[in-house]
Design a protein around this ligand. Structure first.
Ligand code: PHE
Length: 447
């Protein structure tokens, strides 16, 4: 069963792991997801809830996932069974299926991103909202969307088939610094826009206490926190299984979570000024999955050559961020097949890529299906996974969790804090978030 585990690859350094894990976390969720969730009416209350969830529950989930992966030294499909026996196989299966679900439509959105990038580069930007809507219609349908979906999957597959060190680690080492530079430059540029202040106010200061009780805002905040940190579906289990025993898991989690949240907030500092400067809040608050691809090019279109350069930088940034996330989504099922059936990496990669291409076709051709798949796989399932993983490490195999914390040498106070949070605080809060999210999702289906 675990024939390949003994030859597990490892990251070359701690930095290699941090960049790869941050590469997984920082993605379309920070740019596309954050903008449209923040504009669905939650405003500053959404942002506050999101940050609180990251600090209070996501950090313990992060450490729990890493502890599971490093202790088992196995892929997500087998890790729970290795630690707690056959009864926990369903958790492994959940961790196997959820990334497949996300990856199937993530590459579709990557395709839109690539299309918008090429169009901005070679043909310029739309002149008004109608033109932008027509353009988005053309890239999100027919053969063009299938081609974008396919190319993004193939690019991801090429990187993953080169392995951990030569593929994922190498790519993230180059891409992550470029991404940080572009995002900082764009955030500085956005301060010069006339609607900058209006934009910051909308997403940081427009605080409505009632929003804290709005199920949609609560679901958005939980979804954003888990999706953006790539938590609850075994990504960090897999990545941590390539770590050596000496690394300090809590410290690494704090590093990755801070980078991701920083990028998320900076993305808000770019998209909100643009949207409010050009009076596009209506376009974006309709909050269809395509809002960002319509409002950003339209806004920048009225800004001449500078606008075009910014559009190219923005969509290049989004694509770079997305590719380092999609490799993590592919790595999880790939490593699971390798561990379970002893498949070679290449075989595993191309089998799953073919499956993802086919599974993504309905989402590619129909935005409603994409939205639904996203709210299930990229929403409630992640929250459910987060709940299960804290329950598993906190209550089912607390001894293993302890071992990993001891190996991390974090000191008695941090160890106590993490154990307490993982057993008593995270599961009930996530359980509550899950309940509200499922309820809100059902409500949105009925209405
Ligand atoms: N975190 C990634 C993003 O923000 C998406 C992702 C979610 C990747 C879940 C892996 C797992 O875009």
């Amino acid at each position: 069963m675990d024939s390949k585990i003994s030859q597990r690859e490892q990251w070359t350094s701690k930095l290699g792991f941090i960049l790869a894990a941050a590469g997984s976390a920082v993605g379309l969720g920070n740019l596309w997801g954050f903008a449209y969730r923040a504009s669905q009416g939650g405003g500053a209350a959404f942002v506050l809830l999101y940050v609180l969830i990251v600090l209070i529950v996501c950090l313990p989930v992060f450490v729990a996932e890493m502890a599971l992966g490093r202790n088992a030294m196995a892929s997500t499909l087998l890790a729970p069974v290795k630690l707690a026996g056959k009864n926990w196989y369903p958790l492994g299966i959940l961790f196997f299926i959820a990334p497949l679900g996300i990856a199937s439509y993530y590459s579709v959105i990557m395709g839109w991103t690539a299309d918008t990038l090429f169009h901005s580069l070679f043909f310029g930007l739309p002149k008004n909202l109608t033109e932008a809507e027509t353009f988005f219609g053309s890239i999100s349908s027919g053969s063009s969307v299938l081609l974008g979906h396919l190319l993004s999957l193939v690019l991801t597959a090429i990187i993953v088939s080169s392995g951990i060190k030569k593929g994922i680690e190498k790519v993230t080492r180059y891409f992550m610094p470029i991404l940080f530079i572009i995002i900082v430059i764009l955030a500085i540029w956005a301060t010069s826009l006339s609607g900058a202040w209006e934009g910051y106010k909308t997403f940081l200061l427009k605080f409505d206490f009632n929003e804290l009780r709005n199920p949609q805002t609560i679901r958005n905040a939980f979804t954003q926190a888990f999706f953006s940190l790539s938590l609850g579906i075994g990504i960090m289990v897999t990545y941590a299984s390539y770590l050596n025993k000496k690394s300090n898991l809590p410290k690494l989690s704090v590093g990755v979570a801070s980078l991701d949240t920083l990028v998320g907030l900076m993305a808000g500092f770019i998209t909100f000024p643009i949207v409010l400067t050009f009076g596009l809040s209506d376009a974006i608050s309709e909050s269809t999955v395509g809002a960002l691809f319509i409002s950003i090019p339209t806004g920048l279109g009225s800004y001449g050559a500078a606008g075009r350069i910014v559009a190219v930088a923005f969509f290049a940034l989004a694509y770079i961020a997305a590719i380092t996330s999609s490799v993590s989504l592919l790595e999880v099922p790939v490593s699971s097949l390798m561990d379970k059936f002893g498949f070679k990496r290449e075989k595993s990669v191309w089998l799953i890529t073919l499956f993802l291409f086919l599974a993504g076709i309905p989402s590619a051709l129909n935005l409603n299906i994409l939205g639904t798949v996203d709210s299930i796989f990229g929403g409630v399932l992640l929250i459910f996974g987060g709940f299960l993983v804290t329950f598993f490490m906190g209550w089912v195999v607390p001894g293993k969790f302890n071992e990993e914390l001891n190996d991390s040498k974090v000191g008695i106070k941090t160890t106590r804090y993490l154990k307490f949070m993982t057993r008593w605080i995270a599961p009930p809060i996530i359980g509550f978030g899950l309940f509200i999210s499922v309820f809100d999702l059902m409500k949105s289906w009925v209405s």
